[in-house]
Design a protein around this ligand. Structure first.
Ligand SMILES: [Zn+2]
Length: 285
């Protein structure tokens, strides 16, 4: 469910860092219906001098006991289970997908294939609605206890929520306004990052797996598409708005939101190429 009013949704945050629901796209500080606002053809990412992730190391956190299940009800062709998503992430970060980012290398960062560090299920079960602050607290708690690999400037924590849990971030709700986002935890005193993370609400809802125009993709494909979008954006703009960014169109994935492409049997999202002047798909192996 989403509305697509002419004025678009305001983005409360200073910089766009969300995957909008299907049928909408980022434009400046607003989320507009696709087709409204400045033409995507005018997109151009510019480098703002901040960090990139050179060799991403992804570690996944699955929040809640629902993730112990190895199947889902109702049955799906590709159940989006922990093991299936782990396998996707391990493939993604070593695949031809990573070649899409080499045009964004800068003097301090040479973007190369990454690694998948593993995953864990975290307890207790989340409430029916969790906030971004709740998610940060979960990550920080496990950083303190040593239950996740220690963070360094290449580490990206991916937090998955189970079906039925709504995420609230920046005044917006998952499935209503967004299908995922990434961000950085920045220490207010030092100004240094202490975590990069991506949030993956379960997309079995209208707006994410289903579109207002009636088209439907599987929950698994919606998750892998959103995940590829967030990994791409975390690599090229881990502290939103300080890496590669376009003031009108947002980050590398926002310009191409929901433009899907195959990747070795998976579904991913195309990403913006300054060099090609369009959204580009990864080469197939
Ligand atoms: Zn995005």
């Amino acid at each position: 469910m989403y509305e697509a009013g002419l004025g678009g949704r305001p983005l409360i945050r200073e910089y766009a860092n969300i995957v909008p629901v299907r049928g909408e796209r980022v434009s400046g500080q607003r989320v507009l219906p696709i087709g409204a606002g400045p033409a995507v053809g005018a997109a151009q990412l510019t480098y703002r001098g901040g960090p990139l992730i050179a060799q991403v190391k992804v570690y996944a956190l699955y929040w809640g006991s629902a993730w112990t299940s190895t199947s889902l009800s109702p049955a799906q062709t590709q159940p989006p289970t922990r093991s299936a998503l782990d396998a996707f992430m391990a493939h993604l970060v070593t695949s031809t997908y990573m070649n899409l980012f080499t045009e964004y290398n800068v003097a301090r960062y040479t973007i190369a294939p990454g690694t998948f560090l593993g995953s864990s299920i975290i307890a207790p079960d989340p409430a029916a609605q969790v906030s971004d602050a709740d998610i940060r607290a979960q990550i920080q708690q496990r950083q303190t206890s040593g239950d996740v690999p220690p963070w360094d400037a290449n580490t990206l924590y991916a937090m998955f929520l189970p079906s039925g849990v709504t995420v609230q971030e920046g005044g917006s709700l998952s499935c209503d306004a967004f299908c995922g986002y990434h961000d950085a935890v920045i220490d207010t005193l030092s100004g240094q990052a202490s975590a990069y993370y991506a949030v993956l609400p379960f997309p079995d809802c209208a707006g994410c797996a289903a579109s207002a125009d009636g088209s439907q993709i599987s929950t698994f494909d919606a998750l892998t598409s959103v995940l590829s979008h967030e990994v791409a954006e975390a690599i090229t703009d881990p502290v939103p708005g300080t890496g590669w960014y376009d003031d009108q169109n947002g980050e590398i994935g926002d310009i191409c939101a929901w433009q899907l492409a195959p990747l070795d049997g998976y579904t991913v999202q195309q990403e913006w190429s300054n060099a090609a002047g369009t959204c580009v798909a990864p080469a197939q192996q």
